[in-house]
Design a protein around this ligand. Structure first.
Ligand code: AMP
Length: 398
C-alpha cells in the first residue's frame, strides 16, 4: 500500500509518497508560499529529475490538488490514479493530553485536535487545513493523524508537572508535553534493532539535534522524560531558541528594553540560541563549527554552551533512569557532526564511554561509534519522521 505523508505548515506543505511494504520512497516534494504571490511546487520522483514549477496556489486545497496531479501526471507521475494511494498520514504538532497514540481521523478527532489549537497556535490550525484539503479531494481515502507529542504521553506525573500552582494544570493543562515524538520513537526503536536487544529491555537517551533540538529518556520502550515543554521553547539551546532560562528574565528584559512580553518571547524563539549567543552570526551549526576551528571567540563560547547543555540533560536522564545503555544522536547536527558528538561525549567519562574516532567520522548511516570496550554505547541513527508516519498510518489502516 502507498502512503501519502503530509506535513502542512501555514504557507508550506511537504509531502512524501512511501510504499508501506518495501518502505521505499516513491516521490517527494514541497509546496511553498501557499496563498502568497510566487508560490512554487517542487516535485521529485525517486531516482528521477527534480521539477520546480512556479504556479498560483491560493490555498492548501490548490496545493494538495497540484501534489496529486504531480503524483498521477502522465510525464513524471508515479501512480496511475488516486486509488493507488491507500492512505494519508498527517503530521500534527500538538495532541495535548487527548492523544497518546496515532489515530484514524474522524470528525470527532478533528474536533479534539481543534481543542489543542491553544497549545500550538501557529502549527495545529495549519495541520488541520491540510487535513480538510485532503478530505475534500480524497473523500474515500482513510487518513491518520500522527502527533509530535504522543510518544511523550507515557511520562510520569513527576516528569511532566511544573512547580507552579496545580490549578493551572487542572484549568489549562499547563504541563510538559514534549515534541519531536515521532523522531524520538523512531530512533529509539531503531537503536534497539542496531543493538540487537529487546526494546522493552533498554534504557536509551535520544538527542535529536537539529535546528530545533530536544533530548528524551526512553526506559523499557516508554518515554519517561523529555526536554521540550508546554511549547518547543524549553530545553536545549537551539538554532534560534533559547531553551531553559529563568522565567524572571522575561520581566527583567521587558523593563530594561521597554518591550512587551510578546516581543521578548519573539526574541527567545527567533533571535536566541546559537544565533543569539554568537552575537547574531548564524543559526547554522556548520557556520559556527567553521569559526570554532578558527578560534573565533563567539563560536567557541556558543559551541561550548550548546554541548554543555546537552551533556547536562544526558546526566539528568541517566539519573532519572538509574543508568543508560546507549546515547543516540540524530537530526541534522546529531547525524552529521562528529565534532559536536565528541564535544558532548567529552563530558561522559563517568559512563565509561570511549568513542571510536574513525566511526565517529562516518556519516549517513546507523552506526555504533564507540570502541568495543566502551561501557555505554553511543549510536548515530539518521531519523526518518516521514517513514515513521507512514509506518504508523499503515499499521492503523491495513
Ligand atoms: P534539521 O533541523 O534536523 O534539518 O537540522 C538542521 C541543522 O543541522 C542545520 O541548521 C545545521 O546547523 C545542522 N547540520 C546539518 N548538516 C551539518 C553538518 N554536516 N555539520 C554540522 N551541522 C550540520
Amino acid at each position: 500500500m502507498n502512503i501519502l505523508v503530509i506535513n502542512c505548515g501555514s504557507s508550506s506543505l511537504k509531502f512524501q509518497l512511501i510504499d508501506a511494504h518495501s518502505e521505499q520512497l516513491i516521490a517527494k516534494g514541497l509546496c511553498e508560499r501557499i496563498g502568497i504571490e510566487g508560490s512554487q511546487i517542487t516535485y521529485a520522483p525517486a531516482g528521477g529529475k527534480k521539477l520546480e514549477t512556479v504556479t498560483p496556489m491560493k490555498d492548501h486545497t490548490d496545493a494538495i490538488r497540484l501534489v496529486l496531479d504531480a503524483l498521477t501526471g502522465k510525464e513524471s507521475g508515479v501512480v496511475k490514479n488516486l486509488d493507488e494511494i491507500g492512505a494519508v498520514g498527517h503530521r500534527i504538532v500538538h495532541g495535548g493530553e487527548s492523544f497518546a497514540a496515532s489515530t484514524v481521523i474522524t470528525d470527532e478527532v478533528i474536533e479534539a485536535i481543534e481543542s489543542c489549537n491553544d497549545l500550538a497556535p501557529l502549527h495545529n490550525p495549519a495541520n488541520l487545513i491540510g487535513i480538510e484539503a485532503c478530505r475534500k479531494l480524497m473523500p474515500e481515502t482513510p487518513m491518520v493523524a500522527v502527533f509530535d507529542t504522543a510518544f511523550h504521553q507515557t511520562m510520569p506525573e513527576e516528569a511532566y508537572l511544573y512547580g507552579i500552582p496545580y490549578e493551572y494544570y487542572e484549568k489549562y493543562k499547563v504541563r510538559r508535553y514534549g515534541f519531536h515524538g515521532t523522531s524520538h520513537s523512531y530512533v529509539s526503536r531503531q537503536a534497539a534493532g542496531l543493538l540487537g536487544k529487546d526494546y522493552e529491555d533498554l534504557k536509551l537517551i535520544v538527542c535529536h539535534l537539529g535546528n530545533g533540538a530536544s533530548v528524551s529518556a526512553v526506559k523499557n520502550g516508554k518515554c519517561v522524560d523529555t526536554s521540550m515543554g508546554l511549547t518547543p521553547l524549553e530545553g536545549l539551546i537551539m538554532g534560534t531558541r533559547s531553551g531553559d532560562l529563568d522565567p524572571a528574565i522575561i520581566e527583567f528584559l521587558c523593563k530594561k528594553e521597554e518591550k512587551s512580553v510578546g516581543e521578548i518571547l519573539g526574541e527567545l524563539n527567533k533571535k536566541s540560541g546559537v544565533l543569539g549567543l554568537s552575537g547574531g552570526f548564524s543559526s547554522d551549526f556548520r557556520d559556527l563549527e567553521a569559526e570554532f576551528h578558527k578560534d573565533s571567540e563567539f563560536a567557541v563560547r556558543t559551541m561550548k554552551a550548546f554541548a554543555y547543555r546537552v551533556a547536562k540533560y544526558i546526566g539528568a536522564y541517566t539519573a532519572a533512569m538509574n543508568g543508560v545503555d546507549a546515547v543516540c544522536f540524530t537530526a541534522g547536527l546529531g547525524e552529521n557532526s562528529g565534532f559536536i558528538r565528541e564535544k558532548i561525549c567529552a563530558y561522559l567519562g563517568y559512563l565509561g564511554i570511549t568513542l571510536d574516532p574513525e566511526a565517529n567520522g562516518v556519516r549517513g548511516q546507523e552506526l555504533d561509534i564507540t570502541t568495543p570496550e566502551s561501557r555505554t554505547r553511543v549510536l548515530v541513527i539518521p531519523t526518518n519522521e516521514e517513514l515513521a508516519i507512514a509506518r504508523e498510518t499503515y499499521a492503523l489502516v491495513k
